[in-house]
Ligand binder design. Structure first.
Ligand SMILES: [Fe+2]
Ligand SMILES: [Fe+2]
Length: 275
């Protein structure tokens, strides 16, 4: 039998002392949700983490064990509302994703970035782009986050805003001293001093550099740098007027408007669905 069918869940493999308590409790031990109460019919629900989140990690080999677990009595795969997440309204708006789904640090980072951009007197398109620029990291996927984020919001924002969000990912790696933007110190800490972005990122940067909307995207990177202050919390209501003017909220709710990206928003509503 292949290992993937017999490997035990990671909680029994990872020495607890090597994991911070937060990971032990929330990241690894909780793939299997114990029944909470009668409201969730006392059935255990097994969460199978998505492939993109587990490749290259010990969790990769646990899928078979999780699937076997789901076949036990009174146990099913997680589908629909996960009782561990706050319920979303029937017709969710951008604000609901910020308040009920996006990571706290990610949402706060974008809110701070938008506040700084607004205080700097920048155009509303720039402020809106700052507010959404890392939405993929905060709610969906980190790798290629500029592209995922731009696609998610494209039907609802000005084309220039989506373009700027997509390109900020590449522009972050390349200085522009004419506007005082230098290579981020944080990236030296994150990726090491010798990290060199791959060719496709360099090509994206070079093309973006020549584009008429270059400065819109560059301004995201400028306002990105100064907005990592965990002590400052910005309430979404501060940006609500801006969102009202610059984000076309669908009447059916994000995830249910039949747009080509509705599935991305639904994935954030029900992130633990087996299918
Ligand atoms: Fe980013
Ligand atoms: Fe950012």
């Amino acid at each position: 039998m292949p290992d993937s069918l017999t490997a035990p869940p990671p909680t029994t493999e990872v020495p607890p002392a090597e994991l911070p308590a937060s990971l032990r409790e929330a990241g690894l031990a909780n793939w299997i949700r114990e029944p909470l109460d009668d409201a969730v019919d006392r059935t255990r629900r097994v969460i199978v983490p998505p492939a993109a989140a587990t490749m290259g990690t010990p969790l990769r080999e646990c899928q078979g064990a999780l699937m076997a677990e789901a076949r036990r009595p009174d146990t099913i795969f997680m589908m629909g509302d996960n009782p561990a997440l706050p319920p979303m309204p029937e017709r969710p708006a951008l604000k609901d994703f910020f308040q009920l789904r996006l990571s706290t640090i990610g949402a706060n980072h974008m809110l701070q970035s938008a506040r700084v951009a607004r205080e700097n007197g920048l155009d509303e398109k720039v402020v809106m782009a700052c507010l959404l620029h890392d939405i993929a990291i905060a709610g969906l996927l980190s790798a290629n986050h500029g592209h995922w984020g731009a696609q998610m919001v494209a039907p609802y924002v000005d084309e220039e805003v989506a373009w700027a969000i997509e390109k900020h990912e590449a522009l972050r790696y390349f200085p522009d001293e004419s506007v005082g933007y230098t290579y981020p110190h944080a990236y030296i800490e994150y990726f090491g001093p010798d990290y060199c972005p791959p060719d496709y990122i360099r090509r994206e940067y070079e093309a973006a550099r020549r584009h008429r909307w270059y400065m819109t995207s560059r301004l995201i990177t400028i306002n990105d740098i100064y907005s990592f202050d965990p002590g400052v919390v910005v309430d979404f209501s501060e940006l609500e007027d801006l969102v009202g003017r610059n984000f076309r909220q669908p009447a059916e709710g994000l995830g249910f408007d039949g747009s080509p990206v509705a599935h991305m928003w639904r994935t954030m509503i029900w992130p633990n669905n087996f299918l």
